[in-house]
Ligand binder design. Sequence first.
Ligand SMILES: Nc1ncnc2c1ncn2[C@@H]1O[C@H](COP(=O)(O)OP(=O)(O)O)[C@@H](O)[C@H]1O
Ligand SMILES: [Mg+2]
Length: 365
Amino acid sequence: MTNIVLSIHGLSKKFSNCTVLSDFSLDIASGEFITLLGPSGCGKTTLLRLIAGFETPDSGTVLLEGVTLLNLPPERRQVNTVFQSYALFPHMNVFDNVAFGLRLKGIQGQKLTSQVENALAEVKMTAFTDRFPGQLSGGQQQRVAVARAIINRPKVLLLDEPFSALDARLRRDMQLELKRIQRELGIAFILVTHDQEEALSMSDRVVVMQDGKVAQVGSPREVYEEPNNLYVAKFIGDINLFPGTVTEQLADNTFTITLNGQNLPVVTKKDLQSGQSVQLLLRPEDLRLSGEIESGMPFFHGSIVERSYRGPTLDTTILLDNGTTVQACEFFDEDDPDFDYSVGEKVKVSWVKGWEVVLPDENLV
Ligand SMILES: Nc1ncnc2c1ncn2[C@@H]1O[C@H](COP(=O)(O)OP(=O)(O)O)[C@@H](O)[C@H]1O
Ligand SMILES: [Mg+2]
């Protein structure tokens, strides 16, 4: 990777006996928008606190532009944090909240005013300089928190679940705003979220975390279309799993899988053995029902248990005869008069050839 701004290497952290991060490594490019995605308790906040200097790691390094941060106090690291709660000073107006850090550094007068004004303009809060936090909406408070965090042009901005207090509509607006601000400033943003849609839509790269480690890091498209393992697959988006068994290896990266008594050649980079149990992962939009099934494709019998019309798509829940439930999401085809199902209707379920992702079976709860 060219131009690494932040390099995290072998970071480990335990609280009493509980390992929160173990051997966590990640390089972040300058100007990159990277998202840490994982369930509650997987160590996301702890990682940000280690980068910001509010916690000390048990082992490992954090380098900013090649220089270790670990012996610097938080205020001397060129890293700022936007906290989940915004952490604005309630008794100070917007101007003073944003000016706070600069004043601590001894900046005053016209220089102070113009820097505060620039930061407020960046987040479109120029009209609110005299208001107090209690007189602002959640979204406006968040803009002030961002202005305060970017005013001294940090090299990296850390954002810990910044949208969790906002309703769905405002959340979408603020996501777009934050993307715009990040593009304009060219600062690397590390955003923490447990919302997979947010991670996919905002990021240059997504880091999926599992038990204090990196489960996968890649572009949104890579983690969605080529998940490394079932954990990542289940965490990112809706999935359908079809169980199968490896029968033989046909060539490098090509295997025959038997599923539901039918054979299918598949291509995968995974190292599979004959007789091994696998799961074929298909997204709802990959599935095809009855009349749409390609000849030669394996299929499963099932019956419709639920259907819901969603405007552009029809979403269908199907209970397969093998006892598993799958979800299909199909775009409306106006030319197809049969494009609808009744609950209880028998259907065959298959998918678009080649769209399957083959993953070794794991016992996931
Ligand atoms: N200061 C602390 N002392 C003890 N345990 C902590 C402390 N901070 C976090 N933890 C524990 O570390 C784990 C990870 O926490 P956290 O990093 O906040 O996760 P996340 O932000 O992904 O939800 C949790 O089990 C949490 O209870
Ligand atoms: Mg957290």
